[in-house]
Design a protein around this ligand. Structure first.
Ligand code: PLP
Length: 650
């Protein structure tokens, strides 16, 4: 069907793409990167400073033509570049406004998404902005050491637990010429820094992480405060400065750092933290430390739900407000003390990476509770057990003025029927009848309730109870781990058919065999809702959903539950003529690869199956042709995608 016809057929008088945009709150969370086309497709505007838009469905279809089927992650490199510029611009304006004489540099914490292509892109786009990288472990440092050739004047900040060899790597990187700063997180690390600095004749740049007094708020509140895992108490920092002074190395203490926690949703937390850190900075500078950098850590939030509020899934400030607050507070404290303005460093991760990736997955099938029809019952009700007769009664009596009453009756009868079944007093057939009647009654009550201006409280859960389950070709554990682990909200919406009013409501179930593998919290017009408005799915056409803002943490935290591996990933770029092209393609993991990660000797798997096949041929359980087919199938699947790929032709 042509796009025009399709669009025409589905256009409904009482529905427009603007309604879809509002329903899924796309302008609110999309922040100009996502919008809906007139033909009802989700568009990506990778660089809101340019006019070009990319049609997501067109990309998905183009990838399918290249044998890259959903599920897949699409990374928009231009969004990443735009996020970096936005951060730089916000700080540049704040620096101007506050007459600040220091600079600003972001260091991208690579743990947010350590994929080589992402780190390389951030580093490349960050070159003209003077941005650097942050690492939190030795392996991350090893990666960064090799990726930062030629970037000697760009900062590398080293956080996390550090052993002998981590520190040795830092000092050798300094010797190589990198501007690298190990941040002392616990007291033992200074000794190691001094040991290797002596050994290699390096005058090190040293940072120190301050244990903030205020504990903060939100999910990552324990990143700060006395009980935080990292950082030194002020008394320990003073000892550290004394140790350096005794060696005439106070000038080496160049950076003070804190990390107030990720996804700071309340600007008050930012203000408190920066004020505290700035005062520590000023005191240490007055005591003779050679400070040049103040590192405010990560935490700059992402407005996942688009509400611009103090909810954990949102933030009650903008990037500009954040930048203004940071610069203003550091400037105020330094001005009061007559100190030079340091370079302000932020380790913003989420705010840089989240918008750039979209996860696309297709719907495989639907379970719909409201499809139950009331069964034809035997003429003589006397043969039926009491709860079933009660349920028939409730079903037949449903009228707009008795909805709540009928709902109560149906629920009571349903509970009784289930109890009787458990005690052996109801046959399986009668239990089936009870189920059909109950769901049919609920559906009729819900339909009436939908016509009411004010739905009674007792019936308010019916929409959720009766919602469909949309089974989707995705693993929540692999691709949206935070949705499962910490109930993080991500925007989810269809990427096409948005010109058509979505007639169903659904929760999303993934293909892992784990009942936790689902998404049942969505961004709605009035806050969090338990179901997502979706279009009817009958399997005749592909139906794709997108989970948005998934560029931070999701890819690296994902796991292999049920052996669903990494999805395909592509990098899409705008070209100069306004079109798009695929800059990079990374095929998703094959069954072979994930089995090898579980220490299967994958080379031995086909021969083992072959032996079994030969025995079956010998014993007459398989024909030779079947045995060959099975072996070929097995080997093909071993090298195939771990996700469902639809029916094979023929
Ligand atoms: N810096 C440090 C030390 C962190 O632990 C983290 C993450 O928790 C970050 C930076 C990045 O934080 P965010 O992604 O919230 O900006």
């Amino acid at each position: 069907m042509s796009n025009d016809r399709e669009s025409e057929n589905r256009q409904q008088d009482d529905w427009s793409v603007e309604d879809a945009s509002a329903l899924y709150r796309i302008p609110a969370w999309g922040k100009g990167y996502f919008e809906v086309s007139d033909s009802g497709h989700m568009l990506v505007r990778p660089d809101p400073d340019r006019e070009e838009r990319i049609d997501l469905l067109e990309v998905v279809e183009g990838l399918r033509a290249r044998d890259l089927n959903a599920p897949l992650v699409i990374r928009f490199s231009d969004i990443l570049a735009h996020r970096l510029r936005r951060l730089r611009d916000a700080f540049a304006d704040a620096i101007d406004e506050n007459d600040y004489r220091g600079k600003y540099a972001a260091v991208y914490p690579i743990k947010v998404n350590q994929q080589r292509l992402v780190v390389e892109e951030v580093y490349r786009y960050g070159a003209e902005l003077g941005f650097g990288l942050e690492v939190g472990s030795k392996p991350e440092l090893l990666a960064v050491m090799a990726l930062t050739e030629g970037g000697d004047n760009r900062l590398i900040v080293c956080n996390g637990f550090k052993d002998d060899s981590y520190i040795k790597a830092v000092i050798l990187a300094a010797k190589l010429g990198r501007t690298i700063i190990p941040v002392v997180e616990n007291t033992g690390e200074l000794e190691l820094i001094l040991k290797y600095a002596d050994r290699y004749g390096v005058r090190p740049r040293i940072g120190v992480r301050v244990k903030l007094a205020s504990e903060g708020a939100g999910r990552w509140r324990e990143s700060a405060g006395a009980k935080s895992k990292f950082g030194l108490f002020v008394s320990e920092i003073l000892e550290l400065l004394d140790t350096l002074a005794a060696r005439d190395m106070q000038d080496c203490l160049q950076l003070v750092h804190c990390h107030p926690g990720s996804q700071l949703h309340d600007i008050r937390r930012v203000k408190d933290t920066i004020s505290e850190l700035a005062h520590v900075y000023a005191e240490l500078a007055s005591l003779g430390a050679g400070l040049r950098y103040i590192d405010v850590g990560g935490g700059l939030g992402v407005d996942y739900d688009g509400s611009a509020t103090n909810l954990p899934s949102s933030m009650n400030y903008t990037v500009r407000e954040y930048a203004r607050d940071v610069v203003h507070r550091v400037a105020a404290v330094c001005n009061a003390r007559g100190l030079e303005h340091p370079t302000i460093v932020s380790e913003s991760g989420r705010a840089i990476a989240a918008y750039s990736s979209v996860l696309i997955f297709n719907v495989l099938g639907v379970a719909a509770l409201d499809q139950f029809k009331a069964p034809a019952l035997p003429a003589s009700g006397g043969e039926l057990s009491q709860p079933i007769r009660d349920m028939c009664d409730a079903y037949q009596k449903v009228t707009p003025d008795r909805l709540v009453e009928c709902y109560h009756d149906a629920r009571h009868a349903h509970t009784s029927a289930m109890q009787m079944f458990q005690l052996g007093f109801l046959t399986l057939r009668d239990r089936g009848l009870a189920e059909q009647l109950f769901w049919a009654t609920c559906a009729v009550i819900r339909d009436h309730a939908r016509q009411m201006e004010q739905v009674p409280e007792e019936l308010s859960a019916l929409e959720t109870i009766l919602s469909d389950i949309y089974f989707c070709n995705v693993s929540v554990f692999q691709s949206l781990p935070d949705s499962w682990a910490i109930e993080q909200l991500f925007p989810v919406a269809p990427i096409h058919r948005l010109q058509e009013k979505p007639g169903r409501r659904a929760v999303i179930a993934d293909i892992t065999c784990d009942s936790d593998g689902k998404i049942d919290r969505f961004i709605g017009v009035d806050g969090v809702q338990r179901t997502l408005p979706v279009h009817e799915f009958d399997g005749s056409e592909d139906y794709y959903l997108g989970a948005f803002l998934v560029g931070a943490y999701q890819e690296t935290l994902g796991d292999l539950h049920n052996l669903f591996g990494d999805t395909h990933v592509v990098h899409i770029r705008l070209d100069d003529d306004g079109g798009w092209w695929i800059e990079e393609t990374i095929r998703g993991e094959s069954a072979n690869e994930v089995l090898a990660q579980m220490k299967f000797d994958v080379a031995q798997l086909p021969p083992r199956l072959t032996r079994d096949c030969e025995r079956a041929v010998r014993d007459g359980r398989l024909s030779l042709a079947e045995s060959q087919e099975l072996r070929r199938f097995y080997e093909k699947e071993l090298s195939g995608y771990t996700y469902l790929e639809g029916e094979e032709p023929g």
